[in-house]
Design a protein around this ligand. Structure first.
Ligand code: GAP
Length: 440
């Protein structure tokens, strides 16, 4: 059997549309630049991944979750440095007005859009935050921003969470939510978009202990990606060569996408910068009273783990994709080899033919399976075609109800990767699936 990996992002974009993972936003209007909608399978995938992250990060004594609002007090972004520093240097072509990031083009060469030579404006700082107006009065004071990162909602709730959950250092606060950046060069499908989702956790520690906590979190986060099923040879560490103004250490986990290595998660030691800034701008005391250390008062240091939900989905889709027996006619198939926990659909129930007696047998089996698993029921087309469709959406098990099922009360269970088939008594199906799927 021959087997090949995903060759291009275009292949994945096409599969995503064909099977209902991801559609272009507002497609019937010609689409909206770099905005994407998760379809019926994509939303399942996303929920599975977010549930795995939530479980890994909050089913522990030392971490609590929150869900802060996207809109925040405008001073938050002054304090965090985003109003002054969250900018990209932009140049415009004087002839065609196309915009580029200064660091991404060679200014001595002709404009990549129109070919005009030496016609760029001086670089200008372009703020990446989306702004909007709050309330009925449109004056400067009503300008607010869509958050460009979720973690500021964690910093501003530091005291609330610490006090209500009676947390002692070290402890963390976790959150999953939307973030928005007016990226100049979005692209590569859902890799870089203007609206995306982050899964972030801030771990508050005693000053001086941040590096030891950073090492622990690096290991935990690396293993999470492996546990999701990503191939280890497609993961690597990428230390930051230039640190952000708030950080004293930073490293990324990168994945090898079809277009090359790209950042998937950042692990940053953010010092006490954010809390110190919020204390100064809000006038509220954000110090922690350390009862374990003579009631010493200080602003905790922070280790942050920040992973893009969309980039995790993209990496898992690229990784799972296999084309088997290319050009082999009937034996050619595309398989998404998701771990069962990640797979959008866990089980498909397929009556061999669209006949009343087979359907009468299959429907109750499907109803029973649906109590525990996201499942599909499909009667359309040949059984071979239905298997191929389920392979392409990564369904780990297909259950076929045939004429023998009417007398022997058993079904054929086909496993996605090996395509091996087993005859299983209907009474044992529940047990069989829970053993094989091993959902956690
Ligand atoms: N709070 C820290 C922070 O936001 P970041 O490195 O700017 O750090 C963290 O972003 C993660 O968010 C990235 O590793 C990436 O997975 C995701 N991310 C950032 N910008 C993105 C974009 N435009 N589109 C999709 N995901 C993005």
């Amino acid at each position: 059997m021959s087997e090949s990996n995903l060759k291009s992002m275009a292949e994945l974009v096409s599969l995503s549309k064909r099977r209902g993972y991801v559609f272009q936003s507002s497609e019937i209007y010609g689409g909206l630049g770099s905005c994407w909608d998760y379809g019926p399978l994509g939303v399942e995938l996303k929920k599975n991944i977010q549930a795995r992250w939530w479980k890994a990060m909050t089913y522990r004594e030392d971490i609590s979750g929150i869900d802060a609002s996207i809109l925040m007090h405008p001073t938050v972004w002054k304090a965090s440095g985003h109003i002054d520093n969250f900018t990209d240097p932009l140049v415009d072509c004087k002839k065609c007005k196309a915009r580029f990031r200064e660091d991404q083009i060679d200014l001595t060469k002709p404009c990549p859009a129109c070919g005009e030579k030496g016609s760029f404006t001086e670089p200008r700082a372009f703020n990446l935050m989306f702004s909007t107006k709050m309330g009925a009065v449109e004056d400067a004071a009503s300008t607010i921003y869509l958050r460009p990162e979720t973690c500021q909602g964690i910093f501003t709730n530091f005291l609330n969470v610490q006090a209500t959950m009676r947390l002692k250092l070290p402890f963390g606060i976790a959150q999953i939510g939307k973030a928005f950046r007016n990226e100049i060069t979005p692209g590569n499908f859902i890799f870089r978009t203007r609206e995306f989702e982050q899964m972030e956790m801030q771990y508050f520690v005693r000053p001086g202990t941040q590096m030891e906590h950073m090492e622990k979190w690096k290991e935990i986060r690396w293993n999470w990606h492996l546990e999701n099923g990503l191939r280890p040879e497609r993961l690597r560490w990428a230390p930051h060569t230039k640190l952000a103004h708030y950080a004293d250490a930073a490293i990324d986990i990168e994945y090898e996408f079809p277009m090359g290595w790209g950042e998937m998660e950042g692990i940053h030691s953010r010092t006490n910068f954010d809390l110190t800034q919020h204390q100064q701008y809000s006038g509220k005391n954000l110090q922690y009273v350390d009862q374990a250390d003579n009631n010493n008062k200080y602003i905790p240091y922070v280790i942050e783990t920040s992973v893009g939900s969309d980039r995790t989905i993209l990496a898992l889709m690229c990784d799972a994709y296999r084309l088997e027996n290319e050009g082999g006619g009937e034996s050619e198939r595309t398989v998404m080899r998701f771990k069962p926990d990640i797979a959008p659909i866990k089980v498909a129930v397929l009556p061999l033919m669209k006949k009343t007696d087979l359907e009468d047998k299959a429907r109750p089996i499907f109803a029973d399976i649906q109590k525990n698993y996201r499942a599909e029921y499909d009667t359309s087309g040949s059984i071979g075609k239905r298997y191929r469709r389920q392979d392409e959406i990564g369904t780990p098990f297909c259950i076929t109800v045939d004429y023998d099922s009417l007398t022997d009360n058993a079904v054929t269970v086909r496993e996605r990767d090996s395509m091996k088939q087993e005859r299983i008594a209907i009474d044992n199906l529940k047990r069989y699936l829970s053993d094989k799927l091993q959902l956690n």
